[in-house]
Design a protein around this ligand. Sequence first.
Ligand code: SF4
Ligand code: SF4
Length: 348
Amino acid sequence: MFWFSYYILFYFYTAGHLTRQKEKNMNRKLRLPAFVFLLTFSLLAIVQIKLDRPMILAERFFEGAGWIEIVFISLYGAIVAYKMQDPANVPQWRKVTWTIFSVIFFSQLIVGLSGFEKFLMSGKLHLPIPMMILGGPVYRGQLSVMTILFLSTVILTGPAWCSHLCYFGAFDNIASSGKTSRDVLKYKTAIKSTILIIVIGMALILRWINVPLLIATYIAAAFGLMGIGIMILISRKRKKMFHCVMYCPVGTIVNITKSVNPFRMYIDTSCTLCMLCTKYCKYDALDTADIKNGKPSITCTLCGDCLAGCHHNSIKYKFLALEPAKARFLYLLLTISLHASCIALARI
Ligand code: SF4
Ligand code: SF4
């Protein structure tokens, strides 16, 4: 009898303890999604309330429907956050969500151009290639809304533009699907810098010699088509984002300017130099020298894919004096909320 009572007591104690533990874990897992929901909702609510022209798409069709869209998009952000807080899920979920982002962006553009103008943001059309974020303002001599938006994302989340927010980079991500090789992309800095200088130089020359907008647009379109060719021919074969790492001038601007934001990534002393993480980095930022150096190279976009490859938990996010888990929490909170908000707002 004694042993039976003891057993019952012990059972309830451990069951209660386990339930409390489970509850604690569940609460911890719901914290990031809840924050993402609130931040996304707040950002979109400000747009919905403050701007005279309806910016949330549903609001353009039925008065008040914008709020329903805001709730759905905030829920989407919360689900993405729930999944991506587990580093093992990041490569797959980043790919899916980034693709969704691009599909929505280009679908709205196509529908908008087919005569349903409500699907366009301002109606001021420009070529939907990232190069225009840089080349456009240099050619016109004035900043565009897109350029200001782009720079704001760099200030808020560093290089996350090139891993979660760019409507074009998602295609390079798909093209390079699969585990990457350990081949290093040679002459990276020289090639990137040369392309950047050529693009800025070309835009300046076109401006100085008064080349008409239509011709300048054709030149930009040729640049964009060449980029798609690079994705199909090189990124697909090398399993690295060759277009984004080597060719896109905006990617190079991101690499140069990202340090205005304090988020960083580092490899701590628990690293065993097993090199497994290199196979997860499509941005060619983790070769042997980078790993020995304790941090990814300049092309790192803080995408977080490599965390899934490191069995020793040696790759960490850093944000000022925050401990790594909190730095990652903050990074995911900002990046996913921005990603979800841009799904609602990023239109041409
Ligand atoms: S490198 Fe260029 S195309 Fe690639 S994600 Fe960045 S801006 Fe977009
Ligand atoms: S080093 Fe890691 S976080 Fe940086 S780009 Fe490569 S996979 Fe992404």
